[in-house]
Design a protein around this ligand. Structure first.
Ligand code: AMP
Length: 460
């Protein structure tokens, strides 16, 4: 036999690398892990959003979370907080100036144009969900990475679509068990009527400039509409008597808004007109809206918001296509669900446990588990445990109704012991009869066999 040459390893201790920064074993500020125990809330939100998307005719679209920075700058607009203060900008190794998405609409519009979706039959309704990034000051309900569910519809300028979007946003909350919400709505007009309105507004605020906060003094130059929703007390005072956009709409915008309100009345939706609602982003035209939590005590949150952006596609170089969209913030929905004690998703629990005893049975147990799973039977196990006693303990803790016991003898003669955990009665069944028998037993009290989604009564 050939002799192996073994390289002698040096006895010297490895040289310690100096100047290594310690790894901080923590999430970044403003970001969080969504742990398994939180997932029942997230799952409920996912289910509701996907169901509503399907029911209202939206197709799902998933986009990269990084785009060229100037896509956001050109759509959301300079002078907005999102662009000026909150974007995660960076330059790639290849020299591209890119940003983590601070919202969905800009990317969706880019995709709509890139893939020629204007030829599709209108309205083109798109649904997406995922994380967005804003370098904001973190606090409760305000994160640097948060998740949104986003609905956009392209190619329809009729206000019935505005009403439908508000209806969906409202339904979203209702389906989650968040009943007391307030819909705030406003119209900020189109570029034509807004020009005159902005002149009025600037004149008004200019005459009271010394009463505005530093930020608003700057906004007077960059984005005067934003002064209307400044939260500083002194600016709020000044804004109370500011001219309101709804009083200065052109005929087309006026009729659009009036018709929308008629639809909302028809739907009995609890809306209020908020003349100070402008939304932070530049691209909105006509309708803007937000849905607020109805909390009496404590902080009120905006749970979601959106509006029309009829000019955005054209401004980006696409065809002139009216559009409307909204996004809800999933973390805030979950905060609100917990506050009102809304029901999270309840995953189905296994009602059968598979125990194995001895080497041969252990070897066969993985295959048996898989066969049960293929037959649609949700099953629990604790394969790492050796003794039957400790496995039965787990089965009891899980509250299963039946435990299948596969021992040495059963493994040899192709049978399984089925133990009824309530009565303690055991019967031996041949493997080829097992699946039918278990299904029969589980269905006996009218409950579910796992894979058949339609039996899932916990959903929405
Ligand atoms: P916006 O378009 O900024 O109104 O965002 C839509 C929704 O996302 C808001 O109504 C909030 O529910 C949520 N949201 C916005 N910013 C944050 C944030 N920093 N952290 C958590 N949720 C947010």
């Amino acid at each position: 036999m050939e002799k192996k040459t073994v390289k002698k390893t040096s006895k010297k201790a490895p040289v310690e690398k100096k100047n290594l920064e310690p790894i901080v074993l923590q999430t970044l500020r403003g970001m969080k892990d969504i742990l398994p125990e939180e997932q029942s809330y997230w799952e409920q939100v996912r289910r509701v959003s996907e169901r509503l998307a399907r029911d209202y005719g939206f197709s799902r679209i998933d986009l990269p979370s990084v785009e060229f920075s100037n896509l956001y700058v050109r759509t959301i607009g300079e002078g907005t907080d999102v662009i000026d203060k909150e974007m995660y900008n960076f330059t790639t190794r290849g020299g591209d100036k890119v940003a983590l998405r601070p919202e969905f609409t800009a990317g969706i519009c880019r995709s709509f144009i890139q893939h020629g979706m204007n030829v599709l039959s209108k309205p083109v309704k798109l649904f997406s969900t995922g994380p967005v990034y804003r370098y904001d000051r973190p606090q409760e309900g305000r994160y640097r990475e948060h998740y949104q569910a986003n609905f956009d519809a392209f190619g329809e300028q009729d206000p019935i679509l505005d009403a439908q979007m508000i209806q969906i946003a409202h339904r979203f909350m209702q389906c989650l068990g968040i009943k007391a919400v307030q819909i705030q709505i406003n119209s900020i007009g189109c570029p034509t009527c807004r020009k005159d309105y902005l002149n009025l507004l600037v004149n008004y605020f200019d005459s009271k400039k010394n009463k505005l906060c530093q930020d608003c003094k700057r906004r007077l130059e960059t984005n005067p509409l934003r002064i209307l929703d400044c939260k500083e007390d002194k600016c709020v005072q000044v804004a109370v008597t500011a001219p309101q956009s709804v009083d200065h709409l052109c005929e087309e915008c006026h009729v659009h808004f009036k018709t929308l309100l008629e639809y909302l009345d028809e739907l009995d939706l609890p809306y209020t007109i908020n003349p100070h609602l402008v939304r932070g982003l530049d691209y909105y035209t006509k309708t803007v809206f937000e849905i607020w939590s109805g909390s009496e005590e404590g902080k009120k949150f905006s749970l979601g918001g959106g509006g029309r952006y009829d000019k955005l596609l054209k401004n980006l170089g696409g065809e002139d296509t009216p559009a409307i969209g909204f996004a809800v913030g999933i973390e805030r929905l979950i905060i609100e669900m917990k506050r009102v004690q809304a029901r999270p998703y309840k995953p189905m629990k296994p009602r059968v446990f598979l125990a194995q005893l001895g080497n041969m049975a252990k070897k066969k147990s993985l295959r048996l588990f898989s066969e049960l799973e293929k037959n649609g039977i949700l099953i629990a196990e604790s394969f790492g445990r050796g003794s039957l006693k400790s496995q039965l303990k787990v089965a009891n803790k899980l509250g299963v109704e039946f435990t299948l016991i596969l021992g040495q003898k059963e493994a040899l003669d192709g049978t399984v012991i089925v133990k009824n955990m309530t009565t303690g009665v055991q019967e031996t069944v041949s493997m080829d009869k097992l699946f039918d028998m278990i299904k029969r037993k589980l269905k006996a009290d009218n409950v579910v066999v796992y894979h058949n989604g339609e039996h899932d009564t916990h959903g929405v």
